[in-house]
Design a protein around this ligand. Structure first.
Ligand code: PLP
Length: 394
């Protein structure tokens, strides 16, 4: 008989977002008139910017002519998009070259696929954080150290409790779900630790475009030495509304090595074998989204979501709920009232307010007793959710 990966039997049967969706569907079946407001999964709701769509329409039209038709894209991205990404980093004084940059079809794929470069290590993961890190490391058979981020440490991790060993370290800033952003000093502690211990940081900056304070780092390479110890993964999903179109980038600096082995060469080899590139028209849209003009268009949508965030935070505070999110995130992270567990509060919200959110414990055990709302909803739904929260006696 063939051997299967038995680690699948050890992870939860359903991914957290699937579990929520199943519960929502069950409730709707039993309460067909319910008007549920879904503040659960962090998916964008605003349409793409008009100019961005025009750019992609033009790119699609090129495929209709023999002279401009394109077949397979380059596995690691067209130079026009790589150059635009390089320019985007220059705004934060980070110098990259084309070989460092890999265009891909989603940060979710790359934060998990990057494990192909490694073999059975110990991985440090924040608790709570984006659940794909935990599941993928578990499936790979890695040992996992969960580092709790809680009210006591302002939800900011630091490496001081770790033994001086080599680890894979996942860091997410702004963190999903807590919204915490590392300061330069806090991030420097991790870079220094990784350099000292020959660890590798996998830095997920999928929400960097939500950072509004110029002093806060968007990219790990703003910290000296990071090119020798970090891979960085970014996404167009939340920044430009590409959750459906699928486009992201990963930076594996040519300087990054384990012993004599270049991780850049390994990742290039991996992508060429297992990935066949992102569609031309999507990369054209992504190039536009990172241009000064295109970014302004995207920023309008980001600001809309951030206004939603402010409204949700204000209303939760007004009903006496403790909130912890920063202003640099699309997620509202708050403490469940009356010492409810995360799942108890999920049920209360669903039945009393017909609002769906995500139980904090779904992002790790340290999220127990907390809850996450997504601010990616439509304004009218956010207003209605705020009204319902105020009416309910939570
Ligand atoms: N990383 C984090 C922290 C996320 O929260 C998400 C999606 O919610 C992703 C990555 C996935 O991004 P993408 O849509 O590019 O796969």
């Amino acid at each position: 008989m063939l051997k299967i990966n038995k680690n699948y039997q050890k992870i939860k049967k359903n991914y957290i977002f699937t579990e929520i969706s199943n519960k929502k569907d069950k409730y709707l079946k039993e309460n067909q008139k319910a008007k549920i407001i879904d503040l659960g999964i962090g998916d964008v709701t605003l349409p793409l910017g008009k100019n961005l769509v025009k750019v992609m329409e033009k790119a699609l039209a090129e495929q209709a002519h023999r002279s401009t038709f394109k077949g397979y894209p380059p596995e690691n991205g067209y130079d026009f998009l790589k150059d635009q990404i390089i320019k985007y980093y220059k705004r934060r004084n980070v110098e990259l070259n084309r070989k460092d940059v890999f265009v891909s079809n989603g940060a979710c794929c790359d934060v998990t696929n990057i494990l192909d470069l490694f073999n059975k290590n110990t991985t440090v993961i924040a608790n709570p954080t984006y659940p794909a890190y935990f599941d993928s490391n578990f499936l790979q058979g890695n040992s996992i150290i969960l580092e709790s981020a809680s009210v006591q440490n302002d939800f900011v991790l630091n490496p001081k409790n770790l033994n001086k060993k080599s680890y894979l370290i996942y860091l997410c800033s702004p963190n999903n779900p807590t919204g915490t952003v590392f300061s330069k000093n806090q991030l420097k502690q991790w870079v220094d630790f990784a350099l000292k211990t020959k660890s590798i940081i996998i830095f997920d900056c999928a929400y960097e475009s939500f950072i509004d304070d110029v002093k806060l780092p968007h990219f790990i390479y703003e910290i000296p030495g990071a090119k020798n110890c970090a891979v960085e993964i970014a996404s167009f999903s939340k920044m430009a509304g590409f959750t459906n179109l699928r486009c992201s980038w990963t930076v594996v600096p040519t300087e990054l090595k384990i012993g004599n082995q270049s991780l850049n060469n390994m990742w290039e080899r991996r992508q060429c074998t297992k990935f066949n590139g992102v569609p031309y028209l999507v990369q054209k849209g992504a190039e536009y989204a990172l241009s000064e003009e295109g970014f302004k268009e995207c920023k309008k949508n980001i600001d809309y979501y951030k206004k939603n965030l402010k409204m949700l935070l204000k209303n939760l505070k007004e009903v006496g709920i403790e909130t912890y999110s920063s202003q640099h995130t699309p997620y509202v992270w708050f403490k469940c009232p009356n010492k409810y567990t995360s799942w108890e509060f999920f049920d209360i919200l669903l039945t009393q307010c017909q609002i769906v959110g995500i139980p904090g414990v779904g992002f790790g055990s340290a999220g127990e007793g907390f809850f996450r709302f997504s601010a990616f909803g439509r304004r009218k739904d956010i207003i209605e959710a705020c009204k319902r929260l105020k009416k309910a006696h939570l």
